[in-house]
Design a binder for this molecule. Structure first.
Ligand SMILES: O=C(O)[C@H](O)[C@@H](O)[C@H](O)[C@H](O)COP(=O)(O)O
Length: 235
C-alpha cells in the first residue's frame, strides 16, 4: 500500500512538523474549526508545542478520538493529558472542549452521550461526505496496529452506523474504552498519523505491505499524511 509518508529525524522533529501541519490545517478554515485529538505519548509532544502558539483558540473546538473509562482527573485519561499539557494553558473557552464523558454508569452510556454531542455540534444525524465532521483529526498507531480504541479482531472495526461505541481494552492500560468509529474519524478534511519509535517499526512495515490492520483501514474523505520518525520507519 502506498502511504503519503513524511519521515522525520526523531520525535522532536516529528512534533515540529506536526505543529506546522496543524497550523496550516487551522488556517484553512476561517470559521469554527473542529479538531479531534488523540491520546498517547507521540501527540503529547505536539500538544506541548501548541501550548505556546498564538492560535485563534476561541473558534477552535476540541474533541477526542477515544477515551479510557476513568474519571477525568485520572492520569490515564486522554482528555486529562490534553488539558494538563495544552488546554489548560491556552485561552480556549471551556465550552469548546468536548471531552468524552466518563462519569456515567457505563462506557455504553458515555458513547451514546458523546455521539449525541457530536451530532448536535454537526447539526445533523447523518454524515454528509461533502461536509466533514472534523477539520482536522490526529491519529496514533499502537504497537499492535490499533488506532483510537479500534483494535484488531473486534466488531467495533465494522461499525458503519454509530459514530461512537464502547470498546474492550485491546491492550494496556486494560481499562474499558469509548471510541469514535471509522465513519466518524474518516469524516475529516485533514488527517495525520503521528508514529514514533522503533517499537512501531514492524507494525508499520505490515501497514505499508497492505495488511488489514486497524490503522491501515482508516480512509478519511480528505487528505491523510503519515508523519513518521526514522526509528519507526526503519526499526
Ligand atoms: O488511548 C489510547 O491508547 C490512544 O488513543 C491510542 O490509540 C494511541 O494513540 C496509540 O496507542 C499510540 O500511542 P503512542 O503515541 O503512545 O504510541
Amino acid at each position: 500500500m502506498t502511504l503519503n509518508v513524511e519521515i522525520l529525524q526523531d520525535p522532536d522533529d516529528l512534533a515540529e512538523r506536526a505543529r506546522q501541519w496543524f497550523l496550516s490545517a487551522i488556517d484553512h478554515n476561517p470559521g469554527r474549526v473542529a479538531v479531534c485529538l488523540t491520546g498517547g505519548s507521540t501527540p503529547e509532544r505536539l500538544y506541548r508545542l501548541l501550548a505556546g502558539e498564538n492560535l485563534p483558540w476561541e473558534r477552535i473546538h476540541v474533541f477526542f478520538s477515544d477515551e479510557r473509562f476513568v474519571p477525568p482527573g485520572d492520569e490515564l485519561s486522554n482528555a486529562g493529558m490534553a488539558r494538563r499539557v495544552l488546554l489548560d494553558h491556552v485561552p480556549m473557552p471551556a465550552e469548546n472542549v468536548h471531552a468524552i464523558p466518563t462519569e456515567t454508569a457505563s462506557p455504553e452510556e458515555s458513547a451514546r452521550l458523546y455521539e449525541a454531542e457530536l451530532k448536535a455540534f454537526y447539526g445533523a444525524d447523518k454524515l454528509d461526505a461533502s461536509r466533514p465532521l472534523f477539520d482536522l483529526v490526529l491519529n496514533g498507531m499502537g504497537d499492535d496496529g490499533h488506532t483510537a480504541s479500534l483494535f484488531a479482531g473486534m466488531s467495533t472495526l465494522n461499525e458503519s452506523e454509530k459514530w461512537v461505541v464502547a470498546s474492550e481494552p485491546g491492550m494496556k492500560p486494560f481499562v474499558p474504552r469509548v471510541t469514535l468509529t471509522f465513519p466518524a474519524l474518516e469524516s475529516c478534511r485533514f488527517s495525520a498519523f503521528l508514529v514514533a519509535g522503533a517499537t512501531k517499526a514492524a507494525t508499520l512495515a505490515r501497514v505499508r505491505a497492505g495488511e488489514d490492520l486497524p490503522s491501515a483501514r482508516l480512509k478519511p474523505h480528505g487528505d491523510l499524511v503519515w508523519l513518521i520518525d526514522r526509528a519507526a520507519s526503519t526499526g
